[in-house]
Design a binder for this molecule. Structure first.
Ligand SMILES: [Ca+2]
Length: 312
């Protein structure tokens, strides 16, 4: 078997973050070298508690979790998305507490791992990009020290979800997004354009609950809560796989079937704040990124299979 891919995960756990985490742990080709948290769906501290509790439930409490930035680069944390993810971020599901967070911050952990792994580290960001922007302040060479950065975020040719223009991860810290998208990483952006095409539904919640372990029952209940939210806002009883799809693409298990290489600008002002726009300007110096707009039709099944395979 090939050497596992070392991965740093940056997250704001979050129900779809929890599903992505279970997928990553269930993937034998991934070695989770460290996890950092950032405020988004919940505060960075709450996200760390949720992440550690999930790792304990999965039987992987030894994976280090570092707390990252509480506030975006400009302004203050806005209190998260309790209407989507529940007041505790994981759909009011109660889990046994996990290990304490480590002493270093999430940006410090990312920089340390990138230096230690000498270009081998892959990075997956499924929350606002504040920690990645702070890590660039600590280590401007970061884009050349990591092999690939995969970001769940943005709505490029599709409408947004937090406003009609902007997707939540980018909208929660547009300044950080502008810095990270322009920093020169080998970068795959996994926006709403593609994540909305891949979904779990009530059958998945039932199957997770029937799997019967504490972890799977908890994930099933979280998923049901998430599906309830989509129904409340007038959408089908289905859950888009935002973060899990980005995880499956970062792991290279799921391929992008349509990928467009474009320079992206992030709108910072006005009603379109947080919008990700393909740049029309000629001669811009910013580097292009790979925007994934289509992915393997089997993505949801691949994610489902990994999560069900977890022996806990
Ligand atoms: Ca997330």
């Amino acid at each position: 078997m090939a050497t596992p891919l070392p991965l740093y995960l940056d997250c704001d756990t979050g129900i779809d973050d929890a599903i992505a985490l279970a997928y990553l742990v269930g993937h034998e080709g991934i070695e989770l070298a460290g996890i950092g948290t950032v405020s988004g769906n919940v505060s960075a501290a709450e996200a760390a508690r949720n992440t550690s509790a999930l790792l304990r439930a999965i039987g992987r409490a030894g994976i280090p979790v570092a707390i990252g930035e509480h506030d975006p680069l400009h302004g203050e944390y806005d209190g998260g998305a309790p209407h989507v993810h529940g007041t505790n971020g994981i759909g009011e599901v109660e889990l046994e507490p996990g290990a304490d967070a480590v002493a270093e911050t999430a940006p410090e952990m990312l920089v340390r791992l990138a230096r230690e792994l000498g270009g081998q580290l892959s990075v997956l960001a499924i929350g606002p990009l504040t920690n990645i922007a702070r890590a660039l302040e600590l280590e401007p060479e970061l884009p050349r020290l990591v092999s690939r950065l995969t970001v769940m975020g943005g709505a490029v040719w599709a409408p947004g979800n937090i406003t009609s223009f902007a997707e939540a991860n980018i909208a929660n810290d547009p300044e950080a997004a502008r810095i990270v998208l322009g920093a020169g990483f080998s970068l795959a952006l996994v926006p709403l354009d593609v994540t909305l095409q891949h979904r779990f539904d009530d059958d998945d919640a039932v199957r997770l609950e029937q799997r019967g372990t504490g972890l799977h029952v908890a994930l099933g209940r979280m998923l049901r809560r998430y599906i309830d939210f989509y129904e409340q806002v007038g959408l089908p009883r289905e859950s888009p796989l935002h973060d899990p799809l980005a995880a499956a693409i970062a792991s290279r298990e799921v391929a992008g079937t349509e990928v467009r290489k474009v320079v992206l600008e992030v709108v910072l002002d006005g009603e379109e704040r947080g919008r990700t726009v393909p740049s029309a300007a000629d001669g811009v110096e910013s580097p292009a990124v790979d925007v994934v707009v289509g992915a393997d039709a089997g993505a949801a099944e691949a994610i489902r299979r990994r999560i069900h395979s977890l022996a806990v």
